[in-house]
Structures are given as C-alpha cells and as structure tokens.
Ligand binder design. Sequence first.
Ligand SMILES: *[C@@H]1O[C@H](CO)[C@@H](O)[C@H](O)[C@H]1NC(C)=O
Ligand SMILES: *[C@@H]1O[C@H](CO)[C@@H](O)[C@H](O)[C@H]1NC(C)=O
Ligand SMILES: *[C@@H]1O[C@H](CO)[C@@H](O)[C@H](O)[C@H]1NC(C)=O
Ligand SMILES: *[C@@H]1O[C@H](CO)[C@@H](O)[C@H](O)[C@H]1NC(C)=O
Length: 524
Amino acid sequence: MGEGIHVAKSTGDHHQRQHNSVVSLSSKLAKTWVTTTIFIFVFFILLLGASLCWLDMFVLGESRIQMSSIFTRNTNKIPLNCTLPNSNTMQTCPLNYPNRFEPAISSSETCPDYFRWIQQDLKVWEETGITRETLERAKQNAHFRLVIKSGKLYVHKYLKAFQTRDVFTIWGILQLMRMYPGQVPDLELLFLCHDKPAIWKRDFRQEGNATWPPPPLFHYCGHRDAYDIVFPDWSFWGWPEVNIKEWSKLSKAIKEGNKKVKWEHRVPYAYWKGNPLVSISRRNFMKCNFSAKYDPMVRLYVQDWMRDIRAGFRGSSLEDQCTHRYKIYIEGSAWSVSEKYILACDSMTLLIKPEYYDFFIRSMVPLEHYWPIRSNNCGDLKFAVEWGNKNTYKAQAIGKQGSDYIMKNLEMKYVYDYMLYMLQGYGKLMKLDVTVPENATEVCSETIACSITDGGLIRQCMDDSLVMSPSVKAACDLPQPYKDDEMKRFLDKQESAEREVEKWTDEYWEAQNKNKKSVVKLYN
Ligand SMILES: *[C@@H]1O[C@H](CO)[C@@H](O)[C@H](O)[C@H]1NC(C)=O
Ligand SMILES: *[C@@H]1O[C@H](CO)[C@@H](O)[C@H](O)[C@H]1NC(C)=O
Ligand SMILES: *[C@@H]1O[C@H](CO)[C@@H](O)[C@H](O)[C@H]1NC(C)=O
Ligand SMILES: *[C@@H]1O[C@H](CO)[C@@H](O)[C@H](O)[C@H]1NC(C)=O
C-alpha cells in the first residue's frame, strides 16, 4: 500500500517537470489526428480522381497514355539474366547493364537527419585525402577489397567472413548500382565484416606520427573512439542463416504485426529475447529477470538458434514479437542488427545505453523515440515499466514515434541514398589511381545469385531484394552537415533527456527504499 502511495506521489512530483515532454507528445498526437483527417480527405480526392481518370480513358483514348507516362516511364527492367552463352561456360556479367540513367522525378525532399553524419565520418580524411599508402594500411583488418571502376564492381576476398555477411554486403552495393547506374564513382574500399570496429583513435595521434591519417575501413558500426566508416549491415538484404528476411519485406510484416495486439492489451512488462552469451553485459542483464523474490516487471528469454533452426524457426518470427508493451534493446558484442526490428515494433523501446552505433541511431532522441536505460541497471528497467503503466498515453506515443522513425527513415530507398552519398563522399577523397587488382573478379548480381538454385532462403532473400530497375526518383537532397555548435546542441539535447530520466528513476528508488526502511521499522 505504502509503496503504491509513494509511486503515485513521486510521479505527481514529476508532473511539472514532465510537462514539456507531455505537451510535445500530445501535440504530436494531435498532429497525427490532423494528418489522419487530411489523409482521409486526400483519399477521397484520389478516389474521385481515379474515377475521373477512368472516364478519361474513354474520352481521351490515346492521350491518357501520355498523361500517365511520367509515372510509368521506367520500363528499363533489368531482371537477372541467368542464361549462359553455352552450357560449359561460367556465369558472366551481362554486357548490357545500363550505365547511366536520369531519374525522371527530381527530388523534392531532404534526406533524414542521420545523413548529416556522413561528412562527419569522412572528416578525418578531408585535408589529406586517401592515398594508396593510407588505404593499404586498412588491408590487414579487411575481409575483402571492393573496387568500382566505370560502373563495374570487382572483389578480392582476403578472409572468410562469418556466414554470408560479406555476400549480402556486396549484394547490397550491387543493388545500389542497379538503382543509380552511373552515379557510384570509381573507388577502392576495404571492408571489415566482424562485429567490433578496428581503427581505434588512440592508435593514431595526429602530431608527429607518420601513420596519420588513419586507414579508412568500412564497417557496420562505429564508436566514439574509433574511425571506422559506418555502413549499413548485411541484414538489410537478409540474414538467411537465422531466417531473417530482407528489410523491405520484413518491415512490412512488422508493420502488420503491430496491429495484431492493441497496445493496452499487450503484456504490461518489458520483453527481450536473444543470445545472452555474446557479451558480459548481456550475461549480467539476465540477472534482471523475474525471480521468486520480487517481480522486476521484465521478461527475458534465451534465443536458442540451434533449437530454432531444427524447429524451422516456429515461434521466433520477429513480426510476432510485438506482444509486450515494452521491448528492450541491448547491444551484443557490438551494435546488434536487432535494433531496427525492436524499434520498429510500436511498443516503447527501453534502450540500454549502447557503446556502438549503426548509421541510423545517432539521430534518434531519448523520450521522443525510446526510453533511455543506464547499462547494468535492472532498477532502471523496472521504473520504466512502472512509469509506462502509469502514463500509458505517453508510453504509447514514444513507442509509436520510435516505430514511425524506423518505418519512414529506414525505407530501403533511404538506405540506398545513404550508401550513395557515403560512397560519393568517399570517392571524392580518392587520391590514387583506382585499379582492379590482379586477383580480383568482376562480380554482379548474376555471378552471385544464378548458381544458387537450391530453393533456399539465400536465393529467396536475393530475389526479394533485387533492384529491378533504376530509380525513377532521384536521391533525396543531402542535408547540411552539422556545424560544430549545432552538433553540440543536438548532443546536449540527447544528454539532458537522459539526465531527466535518470533523475526520475533515482527519486523513485529513493522513495522506494525509504518506504522499505519504514516498513522494516514497523516490524521491529
Ligand atoms: C542474357 O545473356 C545472354 C548471354 O550472355 C545474351 O545472349 C542475352 O541477350 C541476354 N538477354 C537479355 C534479355 O539481355
Ligand atoms: C604512431 O602512434 C602509434 C600509437 O600511438 C604508435 O604505435 C606508432 O608507433 C606511432 N608511429 C610513429 C611513426 O611514431
Ligand atoms: C525469465 O523468467 C521467465 C518467467 O519466469 C522464464 O520463463 C524465463 O525462462 C526466464 N529467462 C531466463 C533467461 O532465465
Ligand atoms: C594472385 O594469385 C596468385 C596465385 O594464387 C599469387 O601468386 C599472387 O601473389 C596473387 N597476387 C596478388 C596481388 O595477391
């Protein structure tokens, strides 16, 4: 009883301080209503328009085709051409790939904010450019070298990557080139497929050190103490070994999955399922689970991949995991691909403060898109759940905003646009003659996919993510990179939201402990 009063009191105290975020949340919800109304209105206009078009078809006959042609002009379909000139030759790359394509629809929108980090990530080479010597120093950490020359792509593999990480990473870049023919510049890059970054700042001091600038190494995640260049990971094109479909299909499935259980009917606890063995922090995190002593309002489950593989992955499909009101993100040995899947579910994400970042997380804001949790802190999780269950309207809004961010800003079109701008920015830094190395082979979608005919998920992911024709729409407009003061203001905003939550949390636990002591006294 006393506990209940204390909780109510402490949230009452917070009311004023939370006022601002409440206002912004409710105005956002109001905006959603307005948007919905406008949407319905526009829908009817379109319906009307459609029926008029139908009339046009009879009235205008031929000229109708011209009217609609700007939307359908892209008939340049480039399906996989798996036919071989004769039966005992190797699969080769078609010679008739388009090498230029002017998008018919110029861009009228600015890219999402996370594009503002591209220049930041390349800044360290801004003055010097990337010479042969600088590049080659990255080789010792690379799984493969990728060369793009005159619209063709060549790969020289050095090390075997885990599962099909390298294959799907290269596949992704090939799809980018199908999407924007002629727009990816000549370049040479080295790619690391492990989890952790490899180019640590402490190893490169600018003054009087001959190893400056650091070697450029493409990787899936970054760290504030590393220079690795952050690039989308393979899972956007699929992770067949664990039955994860490519992102455009999976994000649609998760969107549908969000509708299955209404938020208020979801289990009022925080949920996590994954592999605890990949890091110490995940192993510690398992201690936050439900025990006989008290209920931390957290439900953690171990993902046993081997068992799941044997069982055909029944019961572990990501689109069916949006059944709790709160979902937890905790990084693995570095960033985790699960991040986008967890944030895409419209339950509120409890985001355990990560060390490593992928390319899209840096523009997300605590209390707007997720609820921040300190690492190694079970108490933070319990308070977050208590808070959410008392402020369901606000918790729901945070969950929705996080999900909307992912669904909108991580559409595959934007993922490709991000890759395009990153590679264009990187290409500008090349101070070397881009050359195809001796033992590299030309790679195209055909040489990767055609020979895979086992009907399995690898080929399925490739077929599902194949870019069928060049984009009729130009890439979004690149926003200005952060100026130093702007970046500082943004980081301050993120941090002050974290501080705010820490304060509420600490006050809650102080009240709890005081309460516990008085109970103890009563019994003495
Ligand atoms: C497919 O490739 C074969 C062999 O290279 C070629 O003869 C054929 O014209 C190609 N088909 C298309 C549709 O490009
Ligand atoms: C550059 O700095 C790194 C790390 O501080 C050191 O290991 C390396 O020997 C230095 N190189 C030179 C040429 O001073
Ligand atoms: C956490 O607790 C739940 C509920 O008691 C249990 O089903 C689950 O197996 C536990 N998870 C772990 C990792 O021990
Ligand atoms: C290319 O491969 C051959 C044969 O395996 C090897 O002798 C040669 O050193 C390789 N060249 C390079 C640049 O790796």
